[in-house]
Design a protein around this ligand. Structure first.
Ligand SMILES: NC(=O)c1ccc[n+]([C@@H]2O[C@H](COP(=O)([O-])OP(=O)(O)OC[C@H]3O[C@@H](n4cnc5c(N)ncnc54)[C@H](OP(=O)(O)O)[C@@H]3O)[C@@H](O)[C@H]2O)c1
Length: 323
């Protein structure tokens, strides 16, 4: 499981100073928001970026070599780098060094379940609430349902804010390239939006949900996904004229010993809760084994909601340390 509950996370080791010493990897959209609002009890000892520039904290050492920052032996590594080899190497080293980890990185966290497993074995935290839902507490709620007695049988959600933003723009008659450029200008889409549009980002989020709910490790690359790039031209606008909406729907269902997962493009009626996710919004319907479905919705991307989710993970760690 990737997001550890307070009850199941071993208390962090106390540092002599009484403060949790942290290094922040990445000071972009998300990392910049985290640096600006770190809770009391955390001392930022370093920030790692690709290149020094204006707008970085002045009171904290800035590194461009991750190893130099890890040599500080921080208690906590806060990772807000783009997905990929650099982030993977940082998370590997952080876990190997026995650091607590808070990450926003769905791609690496989904693909490398061994990192969370090793952290759990050694009693350090590996938290990635921001990796699913941005500011919407998806993993936290999945954990509560799955381990609080109600169980979880099905998940259906709009989990990728960029895709939803693009689909809404297409519904207004915009061209795909223009819709993607608008998502990039708004800070939602990565320079390469392929993972968002092709459903790979949503597949990573499904893998993290399945792990949190059922302890099952799905290979995100093996989850079938349909790409918005293959959508027939004009379909979102046609659906809108008919009072319906095209949505990228990520779905998980537990059946017997197995878990079915897929990312589809569906034309939804307006009474479907997922049709109500607008622009970069996320919406998830969690169906427990007992009880009524829960619907979560909110901002799925952007600096403030995503940083708030990481900050909540960090605050959890600090609170446990004070117990
Ligand atoms: N943006 C969102 O709404 C959102 C939502 C949920 C999750 N996330 C996840 O959060 C993570 C960060 O996203 P972001 O939007 O904040 O990205 P971003 O704005 O592009 O910022 C990335 C940061 O990482 C630094 N960086 C990039 N490559 C590096 C390297 N090789 N070595 C050292 N530093 C490097 C960059 O340095 P420079 O400043 O020098 O360029 C920048 O500070 C990603 O995993 C993303 O998937 C983002």
């Amino acid at each position: 499981m990737t997001a550890l509950s307070p009850a199941r996370t071993a208390p962090p080791a106390r540092t002599r100073s009484g403060l949790m010493r942290a290094v922040l990897f990445g000071h972009g959209t998300v990392g910049g928001g985290v640096a600006a609002a770190l809770p009391a009890g955390v001392r930022l000892d370093g920030v790692v970026v690709r290149s020094r520039r204006s707008g970085l904290p002045r009171s904290v050492p800035v590194f461009t070599a991750p190893d130099e920052a890890l040599a500080l032996k921080p208690d906590l590594v806060i990772e807000a780098l783009p997905g990929g080899a650099q982030a993977e190497a940082v998370l590997e080293r952080a876990v190997a060094l026995g650091c607590h980890v808070v990450s926003a990185n769905k791609e690496v966290c989904a693909r490398r379940p061994d990192l969370a497993a090793r952290a759990r074995e050694q009693g350090t935290a590996f938290l990635c609430s921001a990796a699913v839902g941005g500011g919407v507490p998806v993993l936290e709620t999945v954990e509560r349902l799955a381990h609080g007695g109600q169980g979880l049988s099905r998940v259906r959600g709009v989990l990728n804010g960029t895709s939803n933003f693009v689909l809404d723009r297409l519904a207004d008659g915009e061209r795909l390239d223009d819709a993607i450029a608008a998502a990039q200008a708004a800070g939602f889409a990565e320079a390469d939006p392929g993972a968002d549009l092709d459903g790979r980002d949503a597949a990573c989020k499904l893998a993290l949900i399945a792990r949190t709910a059922w302890g099952v490790d799905l290979d995100p690359a093996a989850i079938p996904a349909r790409s918005i790039r293959d959508l027939p031209a004009g379909l979102p606008a046609k659906a809108a004229r008919e009072g319906r909406r095209v949505r990228q729907v990520a779905a998980l269902a537990r059946a017997g010993d197995g878990v079915h997962a897929g990312v589809r493009l569906e034309v939804l009626d307006l009474d479907d809760p997922l049709s109500r996710a607008r622009l970069e919004g996320n919406c998830v319907v969690l169906t427990p084994e007992t009880g009524t479905p829960l619907i979560l919705s909110g901002k799925g991307a952007g600096r403030v909601p995503t940083a708030a989710s990481m900050l909540a993970d960090i605050a959890r760690l600090v609170a446990e340390r004070c117990r």
